[in-house]
Design a protein around this ligand. Sequence first.
Ligand code: SF4
Ligand code: SF4
Length: 230
Amino acid sequence: MIITEKKPLNEIFDMLSGAKNVVVLGCSGCASVCETGGEVQVNELCNKLSSYRKNAKGFVSVKGICRVSDTNEFLAGILRNLKVKVDAFVVLSCGSGVQVVSEIISDVDVFPGLNSKRCSSGVKNDIISEKCIGCGDCILHLTGGICPFTLCPKNKFNGPCGDAVQGRCKTLEIASGENINNINNINIDCVWSVIYKKLKERKKENLINKLFKLKPRNWSSMNAPQRRYL
Ligand code: SF4
Ligand code: SF4
């Protein structure tokens, strides 16, 4: 189970500053149990957004939003029935669920509504890929929905190191002394290259500057043991 906490409202409003039509997605998995992403919390956030003159609609997945195939269907159903163009999705789930939505819907902003406090992973093509190390202060809204902490072998938060060659991360290869293609057939692109390409495609490269100007992180939010009191 992934422990999550609500992001401060002002952070969510800041992410949504240019968005009018917003869809809030809840997760009936761990976030419902934590009382951070169930129906009540989705309605609560929609009401708050509406009172700030946003058109907000909420939906809660029947299964955990980190389950790729179920979420594919869930989102297809929502998009089929919506009459307006969506400007942004706010996902009330762990960072893994936010990234699953962001991978499926790559041409609309997908923002995190919660902070994840413990590890999580998503499943795609029978492979479980770690997506979120539960840093407790989610920044996916600044990175095109891609987590640098989790996907960079050095957990680099402040831009790329010097190990990439033509966009490919060579860190694991250097560390193991083997060609990475021979190790579990893993192909790893430098996550910073992937983030930059995605932001550039969406003409949002300026978010990188915003990311680099963040206050130093409070790593104590990752300390164990974690407890979520209901
Ligand atoms: S920034 Fe990454 S590690 Fe932190 S909560 Fe978001 S997805 Fe998880
Ligand atoms: S090349 Fe990129 S992904 Fe690899 S360790 Fe350096 S910053 Fe991280």
